[in-house]
Design a protein around this ligand. Structure first.
Ligand SMILES: [Zn+2]
Length: 636
């Protein structure tokens, strides 16, 4: 990389996200996005006052973050599905927002609600992310002038009143959109504004350099800096700022931030706990849904800036495990907090959470607080729109891409233009439920470009074959490059061998991972409607089968202790009944491991003794469960 800093330039992106609309979901991913559109995402605006009557479209229900949050997921959802009804909903909102910009440049209502301060910049950070996606999908010529006019006003506002509260914690999200605009309109005041936001914003790099929160925080310690969603958003902060600072220490801080969260609050899915402040490593602590989708977005941004395989590995782990697990399979209800060991979801005054309320882990319309109801929609659509990116490979930024790179794997069709030629890539696969992918690369006229395939760190001896050429072994943890002249239709096959491993976790227990999936005990479920109006009801979920097992696993040869069984992939793969893979393992109950504070009590220290009978247990992917045990004690 060029280490000479030119103040007028940003560090070029390693991978350039493709404009919204270039990736078309297929296979199970298309079904999943359809489930989402047919659930809360596609209907919230019809009945939930905070969207239906939002101040952002002239309504009476306040105009703070919720309208922009909903759009931030529904804009990409509408264009990924190319769904006329959803696109019409998006259009109505965007027309109103673009045609009602305040005379002074402010976007949205000047006062977001009775309890909000006027000119609160925070909800505008979200609407800017919406506008960049909408502009890429539609080319609407009003977007860039509207962003410029808003940012001019914001510049004045920040002179008079510096960033505060959420805006102070989440300034990287503003800088992201400023940089997006700067790459289209390189005016120096934009970088000065970004620098002002950083100056006024919270210094997350320093926060993690001397990290003080090495376990579950106490209530009196909770503030903006221990807040789970702020942290999930802040993971990208050093990387985003690195583009402007050119400071290697910013770049290096990304890995340090992620490692720190893993060390003190990490969960086996790649998430960290926060309910809604740092919760430590206990798998019974919760993680708020907003943090799940924001961590994913942070990783999508960081992969683009830094081009590192491990960031994309983690993105898949959160997308395939934590994201689907926190929704009712039909996506008409969601949790506020999910737990890795989640054995009961009920209203309970006696609870384990640091600050979240009695309904934080039920499945409902707006359990605990409505932020997740508004913000959850970006998870799957942004994952889909970041599956493939462009590589520069000699092309200038924002010019047409020089090559294509697979960031994450799921069935889809990609369209791009390279050297003036239209290129299509079809990805056929049941991944992550299968280890093999078949790709077809189409080019009407011969064109030479590199195709990069991410080889996850866990995929040792990955196999790549182009047409009938010899098999190539690709190195784990790299982007494997196939550089050739592509003409007509070319078949590329990839196999990512998935070996079982059993990382040591909390209290010396274990979890079971294979490829990108984490496996959890399947627990029988009794769903009880306690409120709301189905399909958007509020539900408690009670276990109907035991959960307090210790596993009998040979830690040195875990594959000899666990048998996997694949099933055909159905219409709802992320559900207990639709789980496309089962795993069988032996275990014994541990009678002294019981409920405490309406959650699985402290994990018994391994190894444990049990004289209960040996039983065959069925595990399914974490993302397919609603109740589960994911971190297990082991038998001595
Ligand atoms: Zn939330």
């Amino acid at each position: 990389m060029n280490s000479v800093r030119d103040r007028s330039k940003l560090v070029p992106l390693v991978f350039q996200p493709l404009p919204l609309g270039r990736i078309h979901p297929s296979g199970w991913l298309l079904k999943q996005l359809r489930i989402q559109a047919d659930g809360l995402s596609g209907h919230l605006d019809e009945f939930w006052p905070d969207i239906a009557d939002s101040g952002w479209i002239g309504g009476q229900a306040g105009g703070w973050e919720r309208g922009p949050y909903w759009l931030d997921g529904v804009v990409p959802l509408a264009f990924l599905l190319d769904d006329e009804e959803l696109k019409a909903k998006v259009q109505r909102w965007m027309e109103y927002i673009l045609s009602h910009q305040q005379d002074d440049g402010w976007l949205g209502p000047i006062r977001g609600g009775d309890r909000c301060q006027p000119y609160d910049p925070w909800p505008a950070f979200v609407i800017l992310k919406v506008m960049t996606q909408y502009q890429e999908a539609t080319g609407d010529i009003r977007v860039i002038p509207a962003m410029k006019k808003f940012l001019r006003k914001l510049d004045v506002v920040l002179e008079q009143k510096p960033l505060f509260e959420w805006g102070r914690s989440r300034w990287a999200d503003l800088v992201l959109s400023i940089h997006w605009l700067y790459s289209r309109m390189p005016e120096s005041w934009l970088l000065d504004l970004a620098a002002k936001a950083r100056e006024q914003g919270y210094d997350w790099r320093a926060h993690f350099a001397e990290f003080r929160f090495q376990g579950k925080v106490k209530k009196q310690e909770c503030d903006q800096t221990t807040h789970v969603v702020n942290n999930a958003m802040a993971i990208k902060q050093p990387g985003v700022w690195f583009r402007q600072s050119w400071d290697q220490a910013d770049r290096d801080a990304v890995a340090q931030v992620i490692e720190t969260l893993d060390t003190y609050h990490g969960q086996v899915t790649g998430l960290f706990t926060g309910d809604e402040h740092y919760g430590g490593k206990n798998p019974s602590q919760g993680t708020e849904l907003c943090a799940v989708v924001e961590y994913m977005f942070s990783l999508e941004i960081l992969v683009s800036i830094l081009g590192e395989v491990n960031l994309a590995d983690r993105l898949e782990s959160i997308a395939f495990n934590a994201l689907p697990a926190t929704f009712k399979p039909d996506m008409w209800a969601h949790q506020y907090d999910q737990q890795a060991n989640q054995v009961l979801c009920k209203l309970s005054e006696d609870r384990i959470y640091t600050s979240n309320g009695p309904d934080a882990n039920i499945f409902g319309l707006e359990p605990n607080y409505g932020c997740c109801t508004a913000n959850m929609h970006q998870g799957w659509p942004k994952f889909a729109s970041h599956l493939w990116m462009g590589t520069a490979d000699g092309s200038a930024e924002l010019a047409e891409v020089g090559g294509l790179v697979a960031i994450a794997y799921a069935p889809c069709r990609v369209t791009a233009e390279i050297a003036g030629e239209p290129i299509g890539i079809d990805v056929h696969t049941d991944y992550p439920f299968s280890d093999s992918l078949q790709m077809t690369i189409r080019a009407d006229h011969p064109v030479r470009f590199p195709l990069y395939l991410r080889i996850p760190l866990w995929a040792e001896s990955a196999e790549v074959r182009v047409e009938n050429d010899n098999l190539a072994i690709a190195e784990a943890g790299t982007f494997h490059c196939i550089k050739r002249e592509w003409r007509g239709s070319t078949a590329v096959s990839l196999r990512l061998p998935m070996r079982v491993h059993t990382p040591r976790r909390y209290h010396d227990g274990i979890s079971i991972k294979r490829g990108p999936l984490v496996y959890s005990l399947r627990i029988g479920e009794d769903w009880r409607l306690i409120g709301g109006q189905p399909p958007h009801g509020d539900w408690e979920v009670y276990p109907t089968t035991p959960w307090n097992y210790a596993l009998q696993v040979d830690a040195d040869h875990p594959q000899s202790s666990i048998a996997f069984e694949a099933r055909p992939i159905g219409d709802c793969p992320f559900s207990p009944d639709g789980a496309p893979i089962l795993a069988r393992v032996m275990g014994r109950r541990v009678p002294e491991w019981t409920l405490e504070h309406n959650a699985a009590g402290p994990l018994p220290e391994s190894p444990v003794r049990s004289s209960e009978p040996l039983e065959e247990l069925v595990l399914i992917p974490y993302g397919c469960t609603n109740l589960r045990v994911t971190e297990f004690p082991t038998l001595g």
